[in-house]
Write a protein that binds this ligand. Structure first.
Ligand code: FEO
Ligand code: CA
Ligand code: CA
Ligand code: CA
Length: 503
């Protein structure tokens, strides 16, 4: 059947596809994709190259255009195709260096041509790489404290998973599984696991905001409390980890532009207690109170810098509820409810994951009490498993990508789902909660980073780690994107077009 999804401006239609095992990005009839950038593609005149493990994408129009702008992409992890086979789990010094170079972020300039195809513009003055060697300024309660070895500036960003756009048009990028790279590179663990902010139009602007806590950050979803304070929702993507929100002390002032970024340096970090329905402050006072009468354990908690740096532990001490790997969080533009992908947790049988929906008290993102429901559950009945990144279109249809691990794909209870895909789930109306498949990714990939242009006529999407189970470079399990003469798989970003709109 043809599925119509209404948005505020437009109505689009697509014929849902079936799960597939093909080594191809499959879309409904009438839709097409262009590979905008893939691993190792040159992005600028200086010869810098697009990184590996494409994840989050954010599009920034130039002069208000929906067909010309900057695209910011996260590079989460490397693969055999970028750094070669890692022998006995130990990278050589050359691989350690390459690993840091292939990670981080890319800023590229993209344009839709008169032929309708999207391409990268390598003459761009903005295009650049941010990698494991680029310096960042620490802000907030941990900066300069003993918790981070006194550092105010740190080396590099890596393990950049998902992210978010701020109200002042910068990008927040989330350092997720940073531990292995930090250790292999002899870098202090406390300098990673933060939320990074960059300005796509200003290369000199690079911060890590410690007030937002240090954990295995998935993404950020920014909104405003009813009183104008900035609210940032975040998940800690680990088994039995918590859901957070940060509320700034000051209020957002649109006239201040990027200077609003200072709001991310001073505020309160809260963790969700799903039983009491309360947001509990993750503060030094609450941590010390929880450890009253335990002088040995109290020793490591001296100031808020200690709390934000050891956030996972602090959150559990103050009563944060452990959950099943919270990945992307998005705020519905339709009704201000908050959606969280709990991707899965095989430690206690949540194999297919679910999407949780939070209802803040009085519909105020600044509220300290909430209720919640399981909005959709993964499994045979819904047709998807292991939801990960989320994007809303302007009428509250949720676009959900899945992340069934490559080692589980097409096996056991994951058989019927086949390759990872992209699904559309209306959050209201007669089809509420029904998942319709829009895309199927190539072999052993995960689709990541769905991001619409403002007119919703283009959807940027990353194809992450195609062929990641490859052991022998001569025999890759995927060769996506199948460009002529290419013998290996390359993670990359595509622009999907063909959205059919009408009255
Ligand atoms: Fe990098 Fe939680 O996904
Ligand atoms: Ca993810
Ligand atoms: Ca995932
Ligand atoms: Ca991933």
């Amino acid at each position: 059947h043809l599925f119509g999804f209404k948005t505020n401006r437009v109505t689009g239609f697509f014929e849902p596809i079936s799960p597939s095992k093909e080594d191809e990005l499959i879309l409904p009839p009438g839709y097409r994709y262009d590979v905008v950038a893939a691993m190792d593609d040159v992005i600028n005149a200086a010869g810098e190259r697009f990184g590996d493990g494409a994840d989050y994408n954010a599009f920034f129009p130039i002069d208000g255009s929906n067909e010309h702008g900057l695209l910011v992409t996260n590079h989460e992890y490397t693969s055999i195709f970028s750094i070669g086979p890692v022998k006995d789990g130990k990278m050589t010094p050359e691989q350690v260096k390459k690993n840091l170079q292939y990670l981080g972020m890319s800023v590229i300039e993209v344009r839709r041509g008169s032929d309708g195809a999207w391409r990268m513009d390598t003459t761009s003055r903005y295009a650049r790489r941010i990698d494991g060697f680029t310096s960042f300024e620490l802000t907030g309660p941990a900066a300069g404290t003993s918790a981070v070895g006194g550092a105010r500036t740190v080396q590099g960003t890596f393990a950049n998973c998902s992210g978010g756009v701020t109200l002042w048009n910068t990008v927040l990028s989330c350092e997720e599984n940073f531990e292995d790279t930090a250790k292999a590179s002899n870098l202090p663990l406390e300098h990673y696991g933060w939320v990074v902010e960059i300005d796509p139009f200003d290369a000199s602007y690079r911060k890590k905001h410690t007030a937002l806590g240090r954990f295995n950050h998935e993404n950020t979803a920014m909104g405003l409390a009813n009183d104008g304070r900035v609210v940032v929702y975040m998940g800690d993507d680990k088994k039995d980890a918590c859901v957070y929100k940060f509320i700034s002390k000051g209020k957002y002032n649109p006239a201040l532009g990027r200077r609003n970024s200072a709001l991310l340096e001073d505020g309160t970090l809260y963790v969700a207690n799903l039983k009491s329905g309360k947001w509990v402050p993750v503060t030094i006072e609450n941590v010390r109170k929880a450890l009253e009468g335990k002088p040995e354990e109290l020793k490591k908690w001296n100031h808020q810098g200690d709390v934000v740096t050891n956030c996972h532990e602090a959150a559990r001490l103050v009563g944060g509820t452990p959950t099943d790997r919270p990945e992307d969080i998005e705020i519905s533009p339709f009704d201000n409810t908050v959606f969280i992908c709990h991707t899965n947790n095989d430690s206690h049988g949540n194999i297919h994951g679910h999407i949780t929906r939070i209802f803040e008290a009085d519909n105020d993102l600044g509220a300290l009490e909430f209720d919640f429901e399981i909005f959709a559950a993964g499994g045979r009945q819904s047709g998807f498993s292991s939801p990960d990144n989320l994007a809303f279109d302007s009428n509250g249809n949720l676009w959900v990508v899945t992340d069934i691990s490559s080692s589980s794909q097409n096996k056991g209870v994951h058989k019927t789902f086949m390759n990872n895909g992209l699904f559309v789930i209306p959050t209201h109306g007669p089809s509420k909660g029904v998942a319709l498949q829009f895309a199927s990714g190539p072999v052993e990939c995960e689709l990541t980073g769905p991001f619409f242009t403002p007119d919703e006529r283009t959807l940027f999407l990353s194809v992450q780690h195609p062929g990641e189970e490859t052991k022998d470079l001569a025999n890759p399990t995927s060769r996506w994107p199948h460009r002529p003469g290419d013998g290996k798989a390359r993670a990359g970003v595509v622009a999907i077009t063909g959205f059919r709109f009408g009255g």
